[in-house]
Design a protein around this ligand. Structure first.
Ligand code: FPP
Length: 232
């Protein structure tokens, strides 16, 4: 019997919190809260599936354009999550990592993020990557600028650039799931998604559950990845 193919790196675009809340006549922030609770379950489920890297798009470089109240609310949720949930994450054998630009984030949140990364750095079962203030274009531009500052030998290679990404040791996502019906990448893992498989579902993120995850993973397992090569 052949082993079931599972993604080494699963990435999720957490979309639909706002629509989930609207359907229930709740403020948007309640949708984000429900989304956060769902994320807590998902870390356990993803680990149980044997996935090694799990990344989520929690706040993009474009999300600063949302109303101030929503941005402040999301920052508070990130603080709450780090303060209250990191021990639970660590006890699952998961290491927390943050991916994105460090500018614009509040100083106290940055300090908490650094603390959480240090506190969980020796955990080896799962890398749980929170993309906060992340944008794929920003990542590429930041890498190019770091590379130029090094005055590299030209021509530069893909590897030269990749070394300067935010998390160069993390393998490219094998599967990217996007919830809530939108069929786009929205600046997530722009370079790294060159050969990723995509899975889209109409389910809003706070309703995404174990059955939905299994459906996405089953679907992925049935795909043939060719990386530009020929059909086998
Ligand atoms: C997109 O839904 C969701 C976000 C911009 C925020 C996602 C954040 C969370 C789930 C909280 C995560 C917390 C941590 C600690 C990572 P949307 O608001 O764009 O939904 P809509 O398209 O229906 O309006």
């Amino acid at each position: 019997m052949t082993e079931k193919k599972i993604p080494t790196h699963l990435a999720i675009i957490l979309d639909g919190n706002g629509r989930w809340a609207k359907k229930r006549n709740l403020p948007r922030l309640m949708g984000h809260r429900a989304g956060l609770r769902k994320l807590e379950d998902m870390v356990r489920l993803v680990k149980r599936e044997g996935i090694r890297y799990f990344s989520v798009y929690a706040f993009s470089t474009e999300n600063w354009n949302r109303p101030q109240m929503e941005v402040t609310g999301l920052m508070s949720l990130f603080r709450y999550y780090i303060r209250r949930k990191v021990d639970e994450i660590k006890s699952e054998g998961a290491r927390i990592r943050f991916c994105g630009r460090k500018d614009r984030l509040p100083e106290d949140l940055l300090a908490q993020m650094k603390w959480a990364e240090d506190y969980t750095k020796d955990e080896k079962i799962l890398d749980f990557i929170l993309c906060i203030n992340y944008g794929g274009r920003a990542e590429i531009i930041d890498a190019v600028n770091k590379l130029i500052a090094e005055n590299p030998q030209t021509p530069v290679t893909e590897q030269d650039l990749r070394k300067h990404f935010y998390l160069p040791d993390v393998p490219d996502p094998d599967l990217i799931i996007r919830t809530s019906g939108e069929l786009r990448l929205s600046n997530f893992w722009l370079w790294e998604s060159a050969y990723s498989e995509y899975y889209f579902t109409d389910i809003h993120w706070p309703d995404f559950d174990e059955a939905e995850l299994k459906r996405a993973l089953e679907n992925y397992a049935g795909r043939e990845r060719r990386y530009g090569g020929l059909k086998s």
